[in-house]
Design a protein around this ligand. Structure first.
Ligand code: GDP
Length: 138
């Protein structure tokens, strides 16, 4: 069981003014913020972050979306963090997301889906390391 995960509030959600509401929901669900930053990715950085999807037909659309505005990146702590956070955000496609989940409440479609959540303990570490130095996490 992991106790840390990594998230991004994506450009659709930051652009629509949902950052505060999403962070509030995350904290009320029991997650503690261990690192956080507000950044705009370059095309190269977005491509590297989503490297695993490079061969997928939606890759360029995903990169273009992720660099279209600022994001909030964060490391979150809670018992069973990876699985509990995936449950909190809901299915990739908001049309399939459960009521009350962040994607159901704030996402527009499968691409512009408001938030990222790591899918494994291993990726939570890789993704947190992508954004944060040791000096930036607590
Ligand atoms: P996640 O783990 O729920 O974020 O989903 P995936 O790892 O399958 O996909 C990563 C991200 O790629 C998603 O969160 C979406 O932003 C994007 N994505 C996935 N499928 C599609 C698609 O069919 N079209 C577009 N435009 N973006 C997609």
């Amino acid at each position: 069981m992991s106790n840390r995960t990594f998230t991004m509030i994506k450009p659709d959600a930051t652009g629509k003014g949902y950052t505060g509401a999403i962070l509030d929901q995350i904290i009320k669900a029991g997650f503690t913020v261990k690192a956080m930053k507000w950044v705009r990715l370059t095309e190269e950085q977005a491509g590297l972050f989503y490297d695993i999807h490079r061969a997928r037909p939606f890759f360029q659309e995903l990169v273009d979306f992720m660099i279209s505005g600022p994001i909030v990146a964060a490391i979150l702590e809670k018992d069973n963090a990876v699985a509990d956070f995936r449950e909190l955000i809901g299915a990739t496609n908001p049309a399939n997301a459960a009521d009350g989940t962040i994607r159901k409440l704030y996402a527009a479609n499968i691409g512009e889906n408001a938030v990222h959540g790591s899918d494994s303990d291993e990726n939570a570490i890789i993704e947190g390391d992508f954004f944060f130095s040791k000096l930036e996490r607590f």
